[in-house]
Ligand binder design. Structure first.
Ligand code: PLP
Length: 416
């Protein structure tokens, strides 16, 4: 991988390293206008994350512990107060809000008409895979990567083809020779790109994306770009939308985005699919309709429109908070848990912990940490690739919980 490209926003003056993308981390600023220390309690609410034993501290699934932006909560509350929760259609304001947000924040301009609604990124990706491939065709992914990509391909009867990221000296890079070989296989129809990349927290730079784009176009492989984590970047850094790189990538991409990670509203079930090519867009629209994932619930539209039209100040404060948490966690681990190595993520609120000095069985390690300390982390094995030597820690929580989690991690590894 080459140096990170920064697109917009305040850029730090730090020198750009050719080898270490993390040397380009931006600057943090204050988040005083919003309260990210407010204690929250989801016990007894059927929360996927929090519905466990009282002594447990869940820092696994990518759900934040912060209430959403006040403007989003107010939009939901306004609908809730009416008692009227009938069928909802997708208004133009949704498409305009998505188009405006990506144009303003990320320098990716597209007409509102290019935006489709879906009830989630994974339902939309799964639907797209079914529509655009036939059984047994290959869908290429780059592990370690979001684990649900595997069942989204396999459970649809398609074949997972892995272009595993190469890990050297604590850094990941793409093996382009391997990538091209696999894209050249006539059975390979789609590439599922993760941009930014969960769980390693990388922003793929413009040059890397252009190279992927050119190879995919050359070998007639369409790119599904999952950009769900794109808004949560380190202050001073921005992501590069794959489709915005060139006319080639734009024509050969389907982009999946959502307000749900950014604004912590996964339970509202809202996402957008951006497709420039009109023929392809028609196909995807029909696929989403056929699979019953094209109709919003009563809260999805007001929440999404509020988020993407009024949510920027909250998001910027959130990004600062996450950056501070990441700095705290990385400092703590370097000082107190030297058996683990880790790097501040450029994007996402997820910290990828290299435990290779301790184990090559992260499932066993995660289970033992959970039973001995109550700390629940994601086992890296679920992400494929070299993930069996990693754990993933969710940093989007109140500082007291973060410190508690770090102390539990230290205590759990003391015997190692
Ligand atoms: C890369 C990636 N894609 C998709 C999802 C899930 O998206 P949704 O809840 O909209 O299906 C996640 C959740 O963590 C994710 O990390």
């Amino acid at each position: 991988m080459t140096k990170m490209t920064k697109q917009s926003g305040a850029i730090s003056n730090a020198p750009v390293s050719e080898t270490d993308p993390h040397s380009t981390l931006g600057e943090t600023s204050t988040s005083a206008a919003f309260d990210f220390e407010l204690p929250t309690d989801r016990a007894g609410t059927d929360s996927l994350k929090w519905d466990g034993p009282a002594n447990e501290l869940p820092m696994w699934v990518a759900d934040m512990d912060f209430p959403t932006a006040p403007v989003v909560a107010e939009a939901v509350q306004r609908v809730a107060a009416t008692g009227l929760y009938g069928y909802t259609h997708v208004p133009d304001r949704f498409r305009e809000a998505v188009s405006h947000w990506w144009g303003e924040r990320h320098g990716y301009t597209f007409a509102p008409d290019e935006v489709l609604f879906a009830t989630g990124v994974m339902p939309a990706i799964s639907s797209t895979i079914r529509k655009l491939t036939t059984p047994a065709e290959n869908v290429l992914i780059q592990p370690p990567v979001y684990g649900i990509f595997y069942p989204a391909i396999r459970d649809n009867g398609r074949t997972v083809l892995e272009n595993e990221l190469v890990y050297e000296n604590g850094l990941y890079r793409i093996d382009f020779d391997d990538l091209e070989r696999k894209l050249a296989d006539p059975q390979t129809t789609l590439m599922l790109l993760c941009n930014p990349h969960n769980p390693i927290g990388y922003l793929w730079d413009r040059e890397t994306l252009a190279r992927i784009g050119d190879l995919c176009a050359k070998h007639h492989v369409l790119v599904l770009s999952d950009e769900i984590h794109c808004d949560i970047t380190r202050p001073g850094l921005d992501y590069t939308p794959f489709a915005a790189v060139s006319e080639t990538t734009r024509a050969n991409a389907i982009t999946f985005v959502s307000p749900t990670k950014t604004f912590n509203i996964a339970g509202v079930q809202s996402s957008a699919v951006i497709v420039s090519d009109p023929v392809l867009r028609h196909k995807i629209h029909r696929a989403l309709e056929a699979d019953g994932v094209a109709e919003p619930n009563a809260f999805a539209m007001p929440a999404t429109i509020a988020a993407f039209t009024e949510g920027a100040p909250w998001l910027d404060a959130l990004r600062s908070t996450i950056a501070e948490n990441a700095d705290t966690a990385v400092d703590f681990i370097r000082r107190e848990i030297p058996q683990i190595t880790t790097k501040v993520p450029q994007a996402t609120y997820l910290l990828w912990l290299d435990c290779s000095a301790i184990t090559d069985d992260s499932t066993e390690l995660a289970a033992r940490l959970r039973s001995e300390t109550g700390l629940r982390l994601s086992e890296g094995a679920g992400f494929g690739g070299n993930g069996d030597r990693f754990l993933r820690m969710n940093l989007a929580t109140q500082r007291s919980r973060l410190l508690d989690g770090l102390e539990r991690l230290k205590a759990g590894l003391r015997a190692q």
